[in-house]
Design a protein around this ligand. Sequence first.
Ligand code: ZN
Length: 331
Amino acid sequence: MAEQAFMKDVRALVGKVYGRVYAWDKVNAPMIRQWCEVMGVDNPLYTDPAFVASSAHQAPRGLVLAPPAMLQVWCMEGMHANNYPPGSTTENPYEVLKLFEAQGFPAVVAVNSDLSFARYLHEGERVYYTTLLESVGEEKTTGLGTGYFVTLIMTFFSEQGEGADEQVGQLLFRVFKFRPAAANKPATDQAAPAVAPVVKRPRPGISDDTRFFWDGAREGKLLIQRCKSCGALRHPPGPVCPSCHSFEWDTLQASGRGTVYSFVVMHYPEVPPFDHPNPIALIELEEGVRLISQLVGVKPGAVQIGATVQVEFNTFDGDLVLPQFRPVAAD
Ligand code: ZN
């Protein structure tokens, strides 16, 4: 089938490289230290210059390396949208998505994010990236709807001056820009009274790694993944033990008792089908792991850090069972 006319404009953009987006700050020890603290990384390559000097890695004396996974951090815009440092491009590398929106493909979902690294960065380096619109696929219909896969590649460089800039990593970012499946259906009964559609709860994305958790919930069990090799508990579930890197795991049925470690109360936007204000907590289970869940049976203004909570399993939309937590009296 011949492509629609607007696709000519889309195809004309493929291959375009959008200009540099610079980092606000050079690679620096305070940001590295804080990132490691938040992420629970304790590799001395990132904090101890003496250790770096004794390692096989190259860095100027007295400087630490940056975790490769921080690559995107350096060029982030900060708290305010599109607030990039002087010298950065003002072009929008996502302009192709606007073309699709104008043609009735309003929705977008990220489908791939592949980060690759050429080498470590060290303190003092200035990073920038460019963005290539790598490809736009053929029209596809998926469970979500009909649309196009759009692939962008951000290439990160360390500024070395005069044509000597070094490529340090790449991010492949692919999105699906689509018309939601429901919007494809023609209106069936024009005479039907206008009834607000019933908005269902968003469904969890269930994979081979997480299926046990949702199966457990349906049986009224709060199952936590446990490493068979070292016994460490972990949540959210994943294929590998972060402590010992073993792929072997089983599960522990948690008591469901815990405390509110932290929380937010969502006021706006009021997203259906949730009640608002909507209290959402980070629960620390008595087994030691934390998970995020909605709180029930408590006024949003009365949530307290440290409050004792107990899991309960509630069913939504007929077959969706979610663990939720309710404050209970402390022992
Ligand atoms: Zn382990």
